[in-house]
Design a protein around this ligand. Structure first.
Ligand code: 5RP
Length: 220
């Protein structure tokens, strides 16, 4: 099965986890865009959605699925998003689509977090994919130096990218993630870094993995 067909299967499957009258958090990226297409089928029985990016909001609006400001909801029943990499502990690298800040906020506020990924995203050890960090634009070369000193790796400014918060993204290549929790903590402590694309604290409650034959494997 082609990658996009697997994403479609994931979208169909994850819809089954959404209960009537839910407020649904929506992630970002190509996998999520397949889920949004399936969400149309049940839009009449969800209350609202909150979205993690302008891009997802745009797609939701186009499909007449209600999207509201996150500050107007009391709770988020379920959050559905994908990842760039996920390991056996369900630790993730996210932010390939630059929406990591809102994704971290919404996942942390959600009662349930379901991650949907193609099996190509499963890894024994995180780190093949560069770790994205969102930074404020002020003095980015100094932040790059600080990252090198604090955690190593090869931090590179992502070209032609401005986040929804008007910030920049630095991708850190070849980062040693043997102690991923410590690296997340160290990066979080660097002034100027807004969000680190390592998700080791609020991990997913359920991971749905799409396999090449169209079947879905569930981890929880
Ligand atoms: C966006 C993300 C996405 O979940 C991640 O990049 C996966 O995207 P895709 O489904 O396109 O592979 O973290 O910030």
């Amino acid at each position: 099965m082609k990658e996009n067909e697997i994403k479609k299967c994931l979208g169909i499957e994850v819809i089954k986890y959404i209960k009537p009258n839910s407020i649904v958090g929506i992630g970002s990226g190509s996998t999520v865009s397949y889920f949004i297409k399936e969400l149309v089928r049940i839009k009449h029985y969800i209350i609202n959605t909150v979205s993690s990016s302008y891009k997802s909001s745009y797609q939701l609006n186009q499909l007449n699925i209600p999207v509201v400001d996150i500050n107007s909801v009391k709770n988020i029943d379920i959050y559905i998003d994908s990842a760039d990499e996920i390991d056996n502990n369900m630790y993730m690298i996210k932010g390939g689509g630059s929406a990591l800040t809102n994704e971290k906020i919404i996942s942390s506020l959600s009662k349930k977090f379901i991650c949907i990924v193609n099996n190509s995203k499963l890894v024994k050890k995180l780190g093949r994919f560069p770790v994205p960090v969102e930074i404020i634009p002020f003095s980015y070369p100094l932040i790059i130096n600080k990252i090198r000193k604090c955690v190593g790796g090869i931090p590179i400014l992502r070209s032609n990218t401005i986040t929804d918060h008007n910030n920049l993204i630095i991708d850190i290549y070849e980062l040693d993630l043997n102690n991923v929790k410590l690296i997340e903590k160290k990066l979080n402590n660097i002034p100027g870094i807004v969000t680190v694309g390592l998700f080791t604290q609020r991990i997913a409650d359920i991971v749905l993995v799409g396999n090449c034959d169209g079947s879905i494997t569930k981890f929880s």
